[in-house]
Design a protein around this ligand. Structure first.
Ligand code: CU
Ligand code: ZN
Length: 186
């Protein structure tokens, strides 16, 4: 008797947890919308011509970052998620420092610990075009490590992994990372 009553309770609990009811999941709401894809349209800072598109797609093991950037000088360019989605300044500095929700030191992306926003370097070819792809286990599109609503920055110089932020110099392109659900068929 006791056993079947427990089974019934379990069924009720399962039914109330299923998706089609009107009940609001406040825990999920507190975390914000769970985007599956995000995008940053990169615009040049003053005096530069660097622009492009960067997408962030949730995949098993983390987030796939894919960047297509033009207008660079040949070679390596620091590439980071910065703290604030404020690109109102002419030089990108209003975006603040590297996105660092865990309070660690700067590093290149293969190293631990590192700032969550440390994506290393883009590498531009002789014509100034850079293509970057990486599946990153620290970036997220929801929760503490969420990059949605923060800024993405491309730098003039190489990120050499040094403290406090890789010695990557001026900010040559900037964009805000926003929600972009790829499932809508555009
Ligand atoms: Cu940076
Ligand atoms: Zn950093």
């Amino acid at each position: 008797m006791k056993r079947s009553r427990l089974a019934t309770l379990a069924l009720v609990a399962a039914a109330s947890g299923s998706g089609c009811g009107a009940a609001v999941d406040h825990a999920a709401q507190a975390e914000g919308p769970a985007a599956t894809r995000a995008i940053a349209g990169m615009q040049p800072t003053e005096g530069n011509r660097v622009r492009g598109i960067v997408t962030f797609t949730r995949v098993p093991g983390g987030v796939r970052v894919e960047a297509d950037i033009t207008g660079l000088t040949p070679g390596k360019h620091g590439f980071h998620v910065h703290q604030w989605g404020d690109v109102s300044g002419f030089d990108g500095k209003s975006a603040g420092g590297h996105f660092d929700p865990l309070g660690t030191e700067h590093a290149l992306p293969a190293e631990e610990p590192r700032h969550v926003g440390d994506l290393g370097n883009l590498e531009a070819d002789a014509s100034g075009v850079a293509r970057y792809e990486r599946i990153d286990s620290q970036l997220a599109l929801s929760g503490t490590n969420s990059i949605v609503g923060r800024a993405l920055i491309v730098h003039a110089l190489e990120d050499d992994g040094g403290q406090p932020s890789g010695n990557a110099g001026a900010r040559v392109a900037m964009g805000v990372i926003g929600i972009d659900d790829a499932a809508d068929g555009r």
